[in-house]
Design a protein around this ligand. Structure first.
Ligand code: NAP
Length: 434
């Protein structure tokens, strides 16, 4: 028998559990430990609430979760309730699938003013993450700047632009739905420090901006390279750039505008106690495709700035960490003896949900190679963890408990929505009568 602990119940965690099941069959027990009483990590707290078809991947994880040799152990925080070294003493292998839930900071003067919000916080707020329930982003302003040219910037700009009716069928939390309904934001700037050919936005997600009820995207035709250059792009990127070219031809005429500011590098945030404007330096591309400042600056008046410039994995005491890359120090997923990492905690915050799947399968093979013959009974696994946590009065949430929380969330959903999430931990546990 192999006893394996997976830390984190997001996509990387569940793909790893699935792969470990396939690798070891009945000869494995996997405990998926999560600090939240609810599973699925990024699927619940990161994927946009109006992208239910993407969120539907959780059904696949549910199958894994419901099998006998995989267990969800929620409401357990590594470092507070149990340490990595204790887990290494109890399990044959420990796999860190902790994702990258922290924002990379915007390191420019004024970057810490009130009204500058990282995307992890902003996305967490509209997705009902308990840590960001009290965020209260300033939406009583006329303009917002969204920094970054990736899919997260698109999510944030789209959520800021939608009408209440466009959230039908989503699982946006009530506090965000109400606040966005009262929002006075009319101009949303999306800033890229490079040009249209260098965006990190995928075509389907970018195309959505062209079909919003109350907002229209605006792109300056002067920002494009010659149209013939599009042929040099890979097909997906070419499709995205074609969307941008189409946006450049759209008429104005909707109440909100999503302005693409290309070749725009943020250099300072200014304001009296809170954001009033973003100072931007115009850039040009160097011969390697990087952004170089031209010295010319301009100001974007705005009362809210959301930085969508990437994420980092929170360090865990005793686990080697690469500060510059914001992830665990690892060699192809191996951190050290019995300790592995997968997903964004391994690679950094890139790729789609499915990109995490091969990571899970690779780590399962590595564990199999390192663990020929299992622990021979030396590692205790589940009973050892249960005893340790019970001794510390940790209130474990099981997968069955989660299903009760899920039912309660579905029961209180607003019209047509799949669920109304509980936000506070106390509310989640309250649904279990605790
Ligand atoms: P991303 O794709 O890496 O994009 C980050 C953006 O931030 C890039 O445009 C980057 O510009 C810019 N940036 C970085 N540092 C900056 C700085 N200091 N100043 C200005 N701009 C800066 O990251 P992401 O948008 O956070 O997305 C993370 C991953 O999740 C991606 O793989 C994404 O595709 C995925 N995702 C997918 C979906 C979906 O499929 N629906 C939704 C959300 C996220 P440079 O290119 O110049 O570095």
């Amino acid at each position: 028998m192999r006893h394996i602990a997976v830390i984190g119940s997001g996509p990387a965690g569940y793909y790893s559990a699935e792969a470990l099941q396939k690798q070891f069959g009945e000869d494995v027990r996997v405990d998926i430990i999560d600090r939240m009483p609810v599973p699925y990590g990024l699927i619940r707290f990161g994927v946009a609430p109006d992208h239910q078809s993407i969120k539907a991947v959780y059904r696949r994880y549910e199958k894994v979760a419901l099998s006998d040799n995989v267990r969800f152990v929620g409401n357990v925080l590594i470092g507070r309730d149990v340490s990595i070294s204790e887990l290494l003493g109890l399990y044959d292998a420990v796999v860190l699938a902790t994702g990258a839930p922290h924002d990379r900071p915007l390191e420019i003067p004024g970057g810490d003013l009130d009204g500058v919000i990282g995307s992890a916080a902003f996305v967490g707020w509209y997705n009902g993450h308990p840590d960001f329930a009290d965020l209260a982003p300033p939406l009583d302003v006329s303009a917002a700047a969204v920094i970054g040219n990736g899919n997260v910037a698109l999510d944030v700009a789209r959520i800021l632009s939608k009408t209440p009716a466009e959230f039908a069928g989503s699982d946006i939390v009530g506090h965000a739905f109400d606040a966005l309904g009262r929002s006075t934001v009319r101009d949303i700037h999306i800033l890229g420090r490079r040009g249209p050919h260098q965006i990190a936005m995928t075509p389907k997600e970018l195309g959505e901006l062209g079909h919003l009820e109350a907002a229209v995207p605006r792109v300056d035709p002067a920002d494009f390279p010659p149209v013939l250059d599009d042929a040099l792009l890979e097909p997906g990127q070419r499709k995205s750039v074609t969307h941008l070219r189409d946006f450049a031809g759209l008429p104005a005429g909707k109440p909100k505008t999503i302005v693409f500011d290309f070749f725009a590098r943020p250099v300072a945030v200014e304001g009296d106690g809170r954001v009033e404007r973003l100072i931007v330096e115009k850039t040009a591309l160097d011969d390697k495709g990087g952004a170089v400042g031209t010295g010319e600056t301009y100001a974007i008046d705005c009362g809210l700035i959301v930085t969508c410039i990437g994420y980092q994995t929170p360090p865990i005491e005793g686990v080697p960490y690469e500060t510059d890359r914001g992830r665990f120090a690892n060699s192809d997923g191996v951190i050290g003896d019995g300790l592995y990492c997968v997903g964004w905690a391994r690679r950094g915050p890139t790729g789609t949900i499915g990109t995490n799947r091969p990571d899970g399968y690779e780590v399962a093979e590595k564990i199999a190679a390192d663990l020929t013959g299992g622990s021979g009974g030396r590692k205790e696994g589940r009973p050892g963890l249960d005893r340790l946590l019970a001794g510390r009065n940790v209130d474990i949430v099981t997968f069955r408990d989660w299903q009760k929380i899920e039912e309660a969330e579905a029961a209180r959903a607003r019209d047509g929505n799949p669920r109304e999430k509980f936000v506070a931990l106390a509310e989640m546990l309250g649904a279990l009568g605790r």
